[in-house]
Ligand binder design. Sequence first.
Ligand SMILES: Cc1cc2nc3c(=O)[nH]c(=O)nc-3n(C[C@H](O)[C@H](O)[C@H](O)COP(=O)(O)O)c2cc1C
Length: 192
Amino acid sequence: MKRLLIVAHAPSENTRALRDAVERGARSETGIDVAVVAPLQSGPDDVLAAQAVILGTTENLGYMSGALKDFFDRSYNPLLERTQGLPCAVYIRAGSDGTGTRRGIETILTGLRWRLVQEPTSGRFALHAVVRYALADRTAVPAERYFRHYVRLLEREPARVAVELTHLFAAMDHAQASSSIAKILRVESLLE
Ligand SMILES: Cc1cc2nc3c(=O)[nH]c(=O)nc-3n(C[C@H](O)[C@H](O)[C@H](O)COP(=O)(O)O)c2cc1C
């Protein structure tokens, strides 16, 4: 079974809620094994056992948390040349826009040649994560059908947004890619 590794620094109630939401979204996918580990408890072996990774951190002093940096300090060399192309997503909890943290992480990911599966959406957890994309290397379902299915479902049952966030972000991707204001507004209203 494919494994998704979530390496998340969550030092506060808010950030634990954020991590738990990401975990719930991941676990709502069938047929994958999800492992959630704090960066100080995680290392290269966890990454080598996974087929995709989500990294979560706070922004501290304009950069990723020391805990996530320590994870990279210990893992970078052992992983170099061994995990090229690994699908990866990042979320950042920041009071401002998280730019410093994003830049820091992306520099490291460029060195490792991991593959970010989605552009960040600033102001909304800066979440890169679409678990389905990360693991299935993009779904075979046509984007328009996927959009219709999930947006209609969530419009009918808004309480499910919390566990379907990854699909909602995929729907937002599709709405933006098709430059449809109507579609963007439909997704926006679900996120409010
Ligand atoms: C030493 C330290 C430095 C911080 N620096 C930043 C910063 O540069 N930018 C920022 O947006 N937040 C900064 N924070 C705030 C943390 O990101 C925040 O505590 C964390 O996101 C927890 O979020 P919460 O208050 O929503 O629980 C800093 C926190 C600490 C402890």
